[in-house]
Design a binder for this molecule. Sequence first.
Ligand code: SAM
Length: 401
Amino acid sequence: MNKLHPLKINSRKLSWEDNQPHSLDYDDRFFQANVIDETQEVFITANNLKDRWQNLEKDNFKIAELGFGFGLNFLITAKFWHEHNLNNKKWLDYVSIDCFSLNIEDFKKIVKNYPLLKEYGDELVLNFPIECNGFTRIDFPKFKIRLTLIINNVDDALVSLVGNDNNKFDAWYFDGFDPSKNISMWSPNVFSNINLLSKENTTFGTYTAAGFVRRGLEENNFNVSKVKGFGNKRHRLQGVFSKKDKTTQLELTPKKVAIIGAGPAGIACAYKLANQDISVDIFDKKKDLNLNPWAAMYPKFSLGLDPRSDLLVQGYLYAHRFYTKVLSGYKNTGILFLNNGEDRDSWIKRILKLDRDDLFVKLTADEINTQNKVSQDYDGIKINIVIHNHLNYYNLQHFLI
Ligand SMILES: C[S@@+](CC[C@H](N)C(=O)[O-])C[C@H]1O[C@@H](n2cnc3c(N)ncnc32)[C@H](O)[C@@H]1O
């Protein structure tokens, strides 16, 4: 799959039976109806998570999943983590990759089938990300979980993690559809990147027992066992990474951090760290935190397929979600771009081609004038994010830029 603009969303093709989705893109089901037992056996037990969490010496545990789908493995793991994280002290880092972003209506429809997961599903709905490709971080301080969603094809997503020792995982969930229907999640490239992102005693679980998956993992330093499968599946695979490397030392999170400068960036960092139980001292030459209450974000999204585009889109959408949740004074006014020149005209045309009615509204000059009590001749577009969490929705006077 070629790289997509961060706002150009791929839509899944699905059919539904009893509110359970079936993928028409891959002609496979996402999970069995008894998914809670299935995930428990195929991923949680296979990775020996209960024992490992009870004896966890370091401050966090890192799981990587190939195939986020509708997030059921995540919710089931979140519940299990919350119930087994002694004194609610440690953090779970859950990194999950999928080439399709999560649609909130589909998600709600599926989670309704599983009342046991409601508490965790509701928390995700409250923090639901605006759909975009690339990286999205969602924190659940209540459960001590950091979810990092990477919406990208598996090869590019794994490559973006390789090379940083912080991205060596403790456990893998391989959940990329049946290999006979979707070879892309089980390729030699994928296995060799998994090797680079694993360390001694990293484990994996998967429902497949395909011979080439077994060989691919064995060639990449996993000791693989074939065990009895879940439900009507004869076998499945699980295993342990055996290669020693230098990253096996104890990873500890800092306990105390000093921040110099009490501007918006310093304060946002302090907030994030404090939420992760890290004590923070902020140093600033001014005595009061006298922040300017008037500031606007200017999301003039770049339309290239480059890191600048990723940064502008992901940064703006993340900041929007963060401010909505944290700052009671934050007003989501929408931002208007007037069509007042050739460059702007071509930018607007390309923005509208992204087909994101949930983000961009086209307005005539009359509509702009009435809404803003002004008189001018240009039409334009407004960036107007629909907030899914229903916590806050303001629609005040728009900024004219
Ligand atoms: C079996 S489903 C995952 C179910 C999921 N774990 C859950 O709990 O809902 C497999 C997922 O793999 C994703 N996928 C398939 N091929 C992919 C690829 N090449 N790169 C990234 N994701 C892929 C699909 O979009 C699908 O969501």
